[in-house]
Design a protein around this ligand. Structure first.
Ligand code: GCU
Length: 365
């Protein structure tokens, strides 16, 4: 049944080279991955500028007894020092004392610090109680989430090609990678177990960050919808034409993406190309039953369509019955995990707890 549903979407083949030859081995996959990266970069997210810089982290705050002694809290200023530019932004870390050198989440956040935005859920104490570190930064510290002719934030330091130059999702993802640069020097987390995670527009961003930066050990996207885990072809709710409307979010993407508005069928990729970039690392997709704008069915099918990439690499992909999942379902048996929770668009404690259970099960390295 699910295979028929996928076939009906008429998707481009992720495991076929541009020249039409099949991708048959792991070696083939890594060549194909390069083709896919190029397509995603040039047609959707845009190319980041090439620049050389150093990244440093300066600890500006340290609480030894956060959460009544259970954890350590730190604020680190991430400093990016380039030849002709300097950029700095804060990131926050909560680390469990009971589990030194913990696996962690690099969570792209809608709020600075760990609290603050009413629609945001970061149950930091529950996360550290389960032995994980939480590292987060506020995405708009990198570049503001408005159309501003790319004149503010990090992108103001670079020329930007209007066709294939980076959009803001790529800029936020770049900001996550610069935090990851700093984390390579940190001595209090397990550097090999840092999962990148985000919700909604930041779910799209987490997928792109995980695609471009293989240091992230796992990739987690919550309610990421169009531009994220949801297949473009056959999708209900938001489509490319809504995403790129001038008054909405064209600046999230490169200029070329606009040409696919109302013409999904001409896009040379679909969401399973983006999701396949995570392979063979653990990938987790969450949907919410009433999140019609994101379209849970298309998110699920995107994950399902990614399975064959994992299988080629010798890993189970999404392990599921041959049916759409019911609300409340958690599919945690493969390398691709998925859950569909009750409720509307957002991120809640149930999402976090399911994600943590998946990471516990699959192993965090
Ligand atoms: C809008 C947008 C979505 C996005 C969401 C969000 O609804 O259309 O694509 O995921 O905002 O980030 O909250």
């Amino acid at each position: 049944m699910l295979n028929e549903e996928l076939l009906a979407r008429n998707l481009p083949d992720v495991l076929k080279f541009k020249n039409g030859k099949p991708v048959l081995s792991q070696d083939d996959w890594y060549k194909r991955r390069k083709e896919i990266e190029k397509l995603l970069t040039n047609e959707i997210f845009g190319n980041e500028p090439s620049a050389s810089y150093l990244v440093e982290g300066k600890e500006v705050r340290y609480h030894e007894n956060a959460f009544c002694g259970k954890g350590i809290f730190k604020e680190i200023e991430i400093r990016i020092i380039g030849e002709n530019f300097y950029y700095a932004y804060p990131c926050y870390m909560a680390l469990p004392k009971q589990n030194p050198n913990p696996p962690s989440f690099l969570y792209l956040s809608f709020a600075s610090m760990f609290y603050g935005a009413e629609f945001e859920c970061m149950p930091v104490e529950e996360i550290i109680d389960q032995g994980y570190g939480l590292i987060s930064f506020y995405y708009q510290e990198i570049v503001p989430d408005i159309f501003d002719y790319f004149n503010n934030g990090i992108c103001s330091s670079f020329a930007r090609n209007p066709h294939n130059g980076w959009g803001k999702i790529a800029m936020w993802a770049w900001g996550a990678s610069r935090v990851m640069d700093y984390l390579q020097t940190a001595e209090d987390i397990d550097k090999k177990a840092v999962a990148v995670m985000g919700m909604s527009r930041l779910g799209k961003t987490a997928l792109w960050a995980g695609a471009m930066d293989e240091r992230f050990s796992a990739v987690i996207a919550v309610d990421s919808g169009a531009g994220g885990a949801a297949l473009y072809r056959g999708k209900t709710g938001e489509g490319i034409e809504e995403l790129v409307k001038p008054e909405r979010f064209p600046y999230w993407f490169c200029g070329n993406f606009k040409k696919y508005a109302g013409k999904h069928e001409t896009l040379p990729v679909d969401s399973h190309f983006l999701l396949s970039m995570a392979a063979p690392r653990p990938l987790y997709i969450c949907s919410a039953k009433d999140d019609d704008w994101s379209d849970p069915k298309s998110e699920f099918l995107g994950a399902y369509g990614t399975s064959k990439t994992y299988e080629l690499l010798g890993m189970p992909g999404l392990v599921t019955e041959d049916a759409y999942p019911s609300p409340g379902a958690c599919l945690h048996d493969g390398t691709i995990g998925y859950h569909m929770r009750y409720g509307t668009h957002g991120l809640n404690r149930d999402d976090w707890n399911n994600i943590i259970q998946f990471r516990n099960k699959i192993g965090t390295t």
